[in-house]
Design a protein around this ligand. Structure first.
Ligand code: URA
Length: 234
């Protein structure tokens, strides 16, 4: 990889603004291969130089992939003037300026949501052509009947006439079900249950493709995902 100015490298990899990085470099916070660098145009080799900023090593990664255990009450938008967004929950050490949310969960839906600065991956992940499974646990306001299994596997017709792709449903108990879909229409799960006369009291996404929420990732917490896992998703 070609050399890059240190201010650009640090800003791109950390999400800290270029001007803040420059101030830090002037104050002696940048160290390259053991030497303090105060020139913010200093060229570094991202693959081979050991770059530290404020005592923390900054390693080059083209893109970052993050999973968040979304809590209820947070919106899936990238920014909002009044409401807390999922990007507000990304810790500083994972933050980059180009981050965006992959798909949407409703404000009251909890569970697995992906965040990345890799636009091509995000696009593939949400495209219905990719056929990536998304698995949800739904808590309902009425009792489930076995007949719902066939209705979901035939493709539920929503109130606006849209015919959903076949979905798998597993009845966990009288009022709880696991549903697996491969598309992501607006409020899809709630509207699918609505079409059979059931309301959704709680909705939680537990899995996207092969990627499940780890049990130790608490609501509101993020974890970085390895590129190999990402490659296996799409
Ligand atoms: N389906 C819904 O109805 N809501 C979500 O948040 C996700 C899927």
């Amino acid at each position: 990889m070609s050399k890059q100015r240190i201010d650009r490298f640090l800003s791109n990899q950390s999400g800290i603004s270029r001007s803040e990085v420059r101030t830090g470099i002037k104050r002696g916070l940048a160290v390259v291969n053991g030497e303090t660098v105060r020139d913010f145009s200093y060229p570094i080799d991202p693959d081979n130089d050991a770059v530290f900023y404020n005592g923390v090593q900054v390693k080059y990664k083209e893109f970052i992939y993050i999973m968040l255990n979304k809590p209820a009450g947070v919106i899936s938008a990238s920014s909002d003037r009044r409401q807390k967004t999922v990007l507000d929950l990304v810790p500083d050490n994972m933050f980059r300026r180009e981050l965006s949310v992959v798909g949407r969960l409703d404000k009251d839906t909890t569970g697995l949501i992906l965040i990345t600065d890799d636009g091509e991956f995000a696009h593939k992940c949400i495209s219905p052509k990719s056929n990536i499974e998304k698995s949800y646990i739904a808590e309902l306001d009425g009792d489930l009947q076995n007949s719902i299994i066939e209705k979901f596997s035939n493709g539920i017709v929503l109130a606006d006439g849209y015919c959903c792709k076949p979905a798998e449903i597993e009845i966990i108990d009288k009022r709880r079900a696991r549903v697996v879909i491969t598309e992501g229409k607006y409020h899809q799960i709630k509207r699918m249950f609505g079409a059979v006369g059931l309301g959704v009291n709680k909705l939680h996404r537990e899995r996207i493709g092969e990627l499940s929420l780890p049990e130790n990732l608490l609501p509101g917490e993020c974890a970085e995902i390895d590129k190999k896992v990402i490659n296996s998703l799409i």
